[in-house]
Design a protein around this ligand. Structure first.
Ligand code: 5AD
Ligand code: SF4
Length: 467
């Protein structure tokens, strides 16, 4: 059987990896009649990586099942950003182990950010010897090799360092309407609480020509929406000489004619005036920006290594709101960073009161081994942190609820993406500014942008009907 040798391919083609196994009959039948179960934890980057994992498995002949017990191979694509993600994976492994006890041919694979952590790999080696394959974020493309070559012993194949940027990556996309497009990998920001730069490696941007090639391919396949993806999208290009900036890339993609263009996640420090101008200029760049605050106190922001003060953040926020009318802004906030005082926390609440975010993801700080913040002494109790999270959530929910009420009786444009979970005769999709809407409409509206009259506003979604 002809197996792809990616090391050789990588050297030979200078970042253009050929997925040779796609044409190899034996390879493509290796998992024929087998079912895979794929569980994804964490961020959009992992969701998109899972689209690559699914492509590899389906290219080998496997079909997907949503029921672990029906599967022949289970893949857990893990997240390391907070301790609870870690606990969830080890909890779920118990269920996998139970299945393995009844079916010794059942294959268990662990990949993603947790697999990049040495302590996790040690734990798997010592406490979970029944796990078959462990691989990391830098060698997802090796999954087919690992499966084909797997014998009885545990195979651990994790690269500690990032490699090149791979091109020609196959994806089995979850949607035929809205697609993720990776524009960069890794992160160079090293916020002191964050494990991502360690699990995802240094920032590596894709060449703009490769990105445009993928965008044009998606448009030709009928995609209506593209979301440019990266841990720190607006630092795009900073790791390369003579490349385009994120603002220029955004403009190039907007000019491609895609109906809706989005991007996640932006770092306030890399947010330029040129970006704001481009977003304001093109109607197909959606008026929605996720702009993580993390903390409202400049003292805590400095300890976090965020590179901006509360005042600078607010200045940027106001500039965006002024120059991009109707732009929705959402955020991420961490409470309970080491030694966050009542005063510091109050400043976070003040920023929320000023910005009145459309919505916010809120977290209790979780120490991650190997990060600078994990070494900081902390005198704040768990109870205080939990109380702060509750108080923050109450405020955040108040503003998102208020914002949602402003849509009542208005007509908005919704890109319908799927059948709604909210009952028969309903579909759902997002407004331009990223509000989820459940719409009474026929199924053939899926894939279309339709005008919807908002008839009800809930805390986390809107209801409407076609006009
Ligand atoms: N503890 C809590 N939240 C964290 N995040 C990142 N690292 C941590 C951590 N150690 C949050 C940040 C980031 C989001 C994806 O996760 O708010 O923006
Ligand atoms: Fe983590 Fe900061 Fe990079 Fe975001 S910008 S991935 S929070 S290190």
């Amino acid at each position: 059987m002809k197996l792809p040798n990616y090391e050789e391919e990588r050297l030979r083609t200078d970042k253009e990896v050929e997925y040779v196994y796609l044409n190899d009959e034996e390879y493509s039948n290796f998992l024929k009649d087998k079912k895979y179960y794929l569980k994804t934890y964490g961020c959009q980057m992992n969701v998109h990586d899972s689209e690559e994992l699914a492509a590899h498995l389906e290219n080998m002949g496997a079909t997907r099942t949503e029921v672990l017990e029906d599967s022949d191979i289970a893949i857990l694509n893990t997240c390391a950003v907070r301790e609870n993600a870690h606990d969830k994976v080890f909890g779920y492994l118990g269920r996998c182990k139970h299945k393995k006890e009844q079916d010794k041919d059942f294959m268990i694979c662990i990949c993603g950010c947790m697999a990049q952590e040495e302590s996790v790999v040690d734990e798997i080696k010592t406490k979970h010897p029944y796990v078959d394959i462990v691989f990391g974020t830098h060698n997802i493309h090796e999954l087919p090799n690992l499966i084909v070559e797997h014998k009885n012993k545990q195979d651990i194949e994790v690269y500690s360092k990032e490699g090149d940027v791979y091109e020609n990556v196959p994806y089995k996309r979850d949607s035929k309407i809205s697609a993720w497009v990776n524009i960069m990998y890794g992160c160079d920001k090293f916020c002191t609480y964050c494990i991502v730069p360690y699990t995802r490696g240094k920032q590596r941007s894709r060449k703009s020509k490769d990105i445009m090639h993928e965008v044009e391919d998606l448009i030709s396949k009928g995609y209506k929406e593209i979301t440019l993806l990266g841990q720190n999208v607006n630092a795009y290009g900073k790791d390369m000489d003579c490349e385009v900036s994120f603002a220029e890339l955004l403009e190039m993609v907007a000019k491609s004619g895609i109906e809706r263009l989005r991007f996640v996640t932006s770092h306030p420090w890399d947010f330029t005036d040129e970006m704001i101008d481009v977003i304001a200029k093109y109607d197909n760049i959606m008026p929605y920006i996720h702009l993580p605050l993390q903390a409202g106190s400049s003292r805590i922001l400095k300890l976090m290594g965020r590179k901006y003060t509360k005042e600078e953040y607010l200045e940027l926020f106001n500039k965006i709101k002024e120059r991009i009318p109707g732009c929705a802004i959402t955020t991420d906030i961490i409470v309970g960073f080491p030694n966050e005082s009542d005063e510091d926390f109050k400043e976070t609440l003040d920023v929320v009161n000023t910005c009145k975010y459309d919505s916010a993801f809120t977290f209790i700080y979780s120490p991650r081994v190997g990060t600078p913040a994990a070494k900081m002494k902390d005198s704040i109790s768990k109870e205080v942190k939990e109380a702060r999270l509750q108080e923050l959530n109450k405020l955040v929910n108040k503003y998102s609820n208020e914002k949602n009420q402003t849509y009542l009786n208005k007509v908005v444009k919704v890109l319908v993406t799927e059948k709604s979970q909210k009952g028969e005769g309903k579909v759902c999709g997002y407004t331009e500014d990223m509000k989820l809407v459940n719409v009474e409409a026929p199924i053939d509206t899926i894939g279309k942008i339709v005008d919807v009259l908002i008839t009800d506003a809930k805390s986390f979604s809107l209801d409407g009907k076609l006009v």
